[in-house]
Write a protein that binds this ligand. Structure first.
Ligand code: ADP
Ligand code: NA
Length: 324
């Protein structure tokens, strides 16, 4: 059986981008492979976090995993900070990483741009991500294309370790969701929709109330035309909304074009809101039950035990080979 590992940062409320691009696939993968899905709360602190907010966002993300359909009896669901081997192998990977490799990371350049002060953790983040993956000797890593460069580094580090200390790590492969699974921002379709955006109108949160979803969509930027037509070159915003529609309604772009022919953007945006609400409402309902019952704590405790069992064994072997 192949091993799958992936995770999301708890740096804000999960968005429909996280759902379409990641979480929805996690739910499918749990039936096919041995899966480890974590909330990477130690990555979240590479930018400053307020303690109460971090705790809430981390628990929220884990509860959303379960509410969206991850089953703790099928997949290992845990918090990165609960398994201390991540920090330990993270340090070891940092020592195997060259400065130049980190300097080339486009995500670091993007995130550091224009800031007066940037934490060293934001710079060394890809080494910790390598540790996250290698601790489980994972074969398949579901990632968005924004993470491709980091995964390449993980493979380089695995190779470097294997060459210096003897063949040990499995070479992880990226698993990309289908084309079009990149959801763009509602206020600027040149940026990906992100939970860390300062403008809440730019994303739809998985926990947004139906009326908030309706309002955000009615305000979503569109061009001055009125034709619902998929044309990412000339009609970027409408094309993004159409691709969201297609994911939520499970309709093809051609079917959507036909349905809204001659109707303008108004009815299309209204229906899109209802399609999203229809998918999110049952998830939100389960989410509330999970938070109310407190069962997420048991899920995370079980997950941490399962994860630590695998991770600690890897760490022990790595340390032995390195001379500790
Ligand atoms: P964010 O950018 O919202 O902070 P993360 O970096 O925590 O998200 O990413 C978690 C997962 O969600 C990754 O697999 C990432 O590729 C996916 N993801 C994040 N934003 C989007 C998006 N707008 N469209 C598709 N997938 C996304
Ligand atoms: Na991110």
């Amino acid at each position: 059986m192949k091993r799958v590992l992936s995770g999301m940062q708890s740096s804000g409320q999960l968005t429909i981008g996280n759902y379409i691009g990641a979480l929805r696939n996690y739910v499918k993968l749990q039936h096919l492979h041995q899966c480890f899905f974590m909330v990477v709360d130690m990555h979240a602190i590479t930018v400053p976090q307020e303690p109460a907010a971090l705790r809430e966002q981390t628990e929220m993300a884990a509860a959303l995993y379960v509410a969206a359909g991850l089953d703790p009896n099928k997949a290992t669901i845990f918090l990165q900070s609960h398994v201390s081997a991540h920090a330990e192998l993270g340090w070891i990977m940092t020592t195997l990483t060259n400065m130049g490799e980190l300097e080339r990371m486009t995500q670091f350049k993007d995130k550091a741009e224009g800031k007066d002060s940037v934490g060293a953790g934001l710079f060394t983040y890809p080494s910790l991500m390598a540790a996250d993956i290698l601790l489980y000797n994972a074969d398949i890593i579901p990632v968005g294309d924004d993470q491709k460069q980091h995964l390449e580094l993980t493979r380089d580090l695995a190779n470097r370790f294997n060459n210096r200390f003897g063949e040990y790590f499995t070479m992880p492969e990226a698993y990309m969701p289908e084309v079009g699974a990149r959801i763009m921002s509602l206020d600027d379709a040149s940026k990906k929709m992100s939970k860390s955006s300062p403008n809440p109108g730019s994303f739809i949160g998985m926990l947004d109330e139906p009326d908030v979803i309706r309002k955000k969509l009615s305000r979503a930027v569109t061009d001055s035309g009125r034709e619902v037509k998929f044309d990412p070159q000339n009609k970027r915003e409408v094309s993004n909304l159409m691709s969201i529609y297609s994911h939520f309604a499970e309709m093809s772009l051609v079917e959507i074009e036909a349905k809204y022919e001659g109707q303008g953007y108004g009815p299309f945006k209204k229906d899109l809101a209802e399609q999203i609400v229809a998918v999110l409402e049952p998830i939100q309902q389960r989410y509330k039950e999970i938070r109310r019952s407190g069962e997420i704590h048991d899920v995370l405790k079980k997950g941490a035990q399962e994860a630590a069992e695998v991770a600690n064994q890897t760490l022990l072997e790595v340390k032995k080979r390195m001379g500790f």
